[in-house]
Design a protein around this ligand. Structure first.
Ligand SMILES: [Zn+2]
Length: 335
């Protein structure tokens, strides 16, 4: 594109913060692209519906931010699913993003081990997850092939896993920052709280691909004594990376700081262009019909064993909605 920069309308950054939104941006001078995710009521609704121990809720909140960040960038019709499977106290996180902006999430964890981890002061994301893997799946419906990307989790955070994924699989220099916190509020019946979350992703996408070389490849199984091959990273990426590393957690979740102000703070010198934001909301895709269809797909024996007190009761793991069926509605024997 040869559009002179003067043709792009410019204005002061909006001071109005918008919760539950994703705002893409571009720093053309440095060949950087990115997005800011800001979640208020959406993440609060998801985390409150589960009442998980706070460190588990915080970890799931981080996974929600990462999923929204990646899923909203895909321009797909369908679902983007992020799932961890690890040996730590939190053995599974599932976040399910349906384009253009619906998200739901849940965690499976060992209560006892989570309590012990909290008591021992070892409830960081990396400690709760432990070792295993993170899978990212794109599901565009039954007629389309599913894409799955995998990255190892090795006791680090979800940010670490995202960096590793983009380094190894996509080979795009990428930095991700994520923050989740409980905001304390004064209320009539005493203090209350609500969850807030935010994140920023920055990627270096130069027109000449050789500029996107990465300096920090793990030498892996290189023979002992061998000097690791050092590569100079592109100056534009070094600048972008160091700017985004200055972002504080509070800036990502501050309800008074707009996404536009945040990127302006970071990139006012090279200049930053923002694109139309998209909305995010917490919404589950479960329904009485889908639960009924699932029950009917079970074997006769399984269905019969689900009858308790003369009914079958199913609680959605994502949103905690409860669905109750009479045995004969789903072809189960009532005795
Ligand atoms: Zn549900």
């Amino acid at each position: 594109m040869n559009t002179p920069e003067s043709a792009i309308p410019s204005r002061a950054p909006s001071a109005t913060p918008t919760d539950d939104s994703v705002m893409p941006f571009e720093v053309a001078k440095l060949d950087l692209r990115g997005r800011v995710v800001r979640l208020g009521p959406a993440v609060d609704q998801i985390l409150e519906s589960h009442a998980y121990p706070p460190p588990v809720a915080k970890l799931l909140g981080e996974a929600v931010v990462l999923t929204v960040m990646l899923g909203s960038a895909l321009k797909i019709n369908g679902r983007f699913i992020l799932q961890t499977q690890t040996g730590g106290p939190v053995r599974m996180l599932v976040v399910d993003f349906t384009a253009p902006g619906k998200v739901r999430a849940c965690a499976r964890f060992d209560k006892q081990r989570v309590v012990q981890a909290i008591a021992a002061g070892e409830a960081s994301a990396g400690a709760l997850l432990g070792h295993g893997h993170l899978a990212m799946t794109i599901d565009q419906g039954p007629d389309m092939s599913r894409y799955q990307g995998l990255v190892a989790l090795e006791g680090g955070s979800l940010e670490d896993a995202a960096h590793e994924y983009f380094r190894r699989s996509e080979q795009i220099p990428t930095r991700v920052r994520i923050a989740v916190a409980e905001e304390l509020l004064q209320a009539k019946g005493g203090a209350s709280h609500r969850w807030r979350a935010g994140g920023i992703m920055l990627q270096f996408l130069p027109k000449a691909p050789e500029r996107a070389r990465l300096a920090d490849f793990d030498p892996g199984d290189a023979p002992e004594g061998m000097q690791p091959h050092t590569v100079e990273e592109d100056d534009a990426w070094v600048e972008g990376r160091s700017l985004v590393s200055t972002v504080e957690d509070i800036e990502l979740i501050d309800p008074a700081l707009s996404s536009e102000r945040l990127v302006y703070r970071l990139f006012h010198e090279p200049g930053v262009r923002v694109f139309r934001s998209s909305d995010v909301r917490a919404e589950c895709s479960c329904s009485r019909e889908t639960v009924e269809a699932m029950l009917k797909s079970f074997s006769q024996d399984d269905r019969d064993h689900m009858v308790e007190d003369g009914k079958i009761s199913v609680t959605c793991e994502f949103c905690s909605a409860n669905y109750t069926f009479a045995p004969d509605e789903v072809g189960a024997k009532s005795s």
